[in-house]
Design a protein around this ligand. Structure first.
Ligand code: ZN
Length: 253
């Protein structure tokens, strides 16, 4: 292929962007040349009309999408910046299903957050022994995808790929670096609430701090080779890989 693929990413935070770029690197391998542009949180030249004060986190993603929808007269898929992309990734952690618009300081939005509670059927004390076939993560991921589709009035481009880690991107980081951890072998990692605590529980020399500096040092350049560990232990990671590759196959450069 002579041309370079343009991939746009709308994500919750700068560390998420670094992880997603590594995943893309793994999935595309040397099939294509590509560039990843972070539309949110950071704005690139093409998207310069965007308000850069959108903040980060899920509410930053929401504000970015609503702003772009407004710029394109309600048709997000017709946005000039979106149309020039070969592939668009929208990332939201599935724990956003528990948030409310008030938490995100957002108003005038259909009241579809928090999502109707999708609860683990296990008694509270056994929640950390969720079996590997538990489908609560999938149900929650589907719920948050539907919320995004509502934000955009279902006007999404064909080349959109959702990235919905359960319950948060920290689980995907943990699965990559610590595939032999007993907590992964005993239960479903995607059901662990606040997976950042798993990362924090590691000894200091192995720990990955959630900062751009630490991610640049420990994630960039090595994470892409560990992606198969994540695909094995996180069903949403496998789903993202398959959906990404499916769209990639339809891309024309
Ligand atoms: Zn579960």
């Amino acid at each position: 292929m002579s041309e370079t693929l343009e991939i746009g990413i709308i994500a919750e935070g700068p560390t998420d962007i670094l992880v997603i770029k590594e995943i893309v690197e793994n999935l595309i391998s040397d099939q294509y040349e590509f560039t990843c542009t972070s539309i949110q949180p950071k704005c690139s030249a093409v998207f310069e009309q965007l308000n850069t004060e959108l903040g980060t986190g899920w509410s930053g993603v929401c504000r970015c999408l609503l702003e772009m929808k407004k710029q394109s007269n309600g048709k997000f898929d017709q946005h000039i910046g979106i149309k020039r992309l070969n592939l668009l990734i929208i990332h939201l952690d599935v724990d956003v299903t528990r948030q409310s618009y008030k938490d995100g300081h957002l108003r005038n939005i259909d009241n579809n957050l928090p999502c109707p509670s999708i609860q683990c059927p296990l008694p509270l004390r056994q929640r950390n022994q969720c079996p590997s076939d538990c489908d609560i993560p999938r149900q929650r991921a589907n719920a948050i995808r539907q919320v995004v589709l509502n934000w955009l009035d279902n006007c999404t481009p064909q080349n959109l790929v959702f990235c919905t880690p359960s319950q948060a991107m920290d689980a995907w980081v943990f699965a990559a670096f610590f595939p032999d951890d007993i907590r992964i072998r005993q239960n479903k990692l995607e059901c662990v609430e606040r997976p950042e605590r798993l990362l924090k529980s590691k000894p200091k020399q192995k720990r990955i701090e959630k900062t751009v500096t630490d991610y640049r040092k420990k994630i960039v350049g090595s994470y892409c080779n560990l992606w198969s560990n994540v695909r094995q232990n996180c069903s949403e990671a496998e789903r993202f890989s398959q959906e990404f590759l499916k769209v990639l196959n339809t891309v024309e450069t």
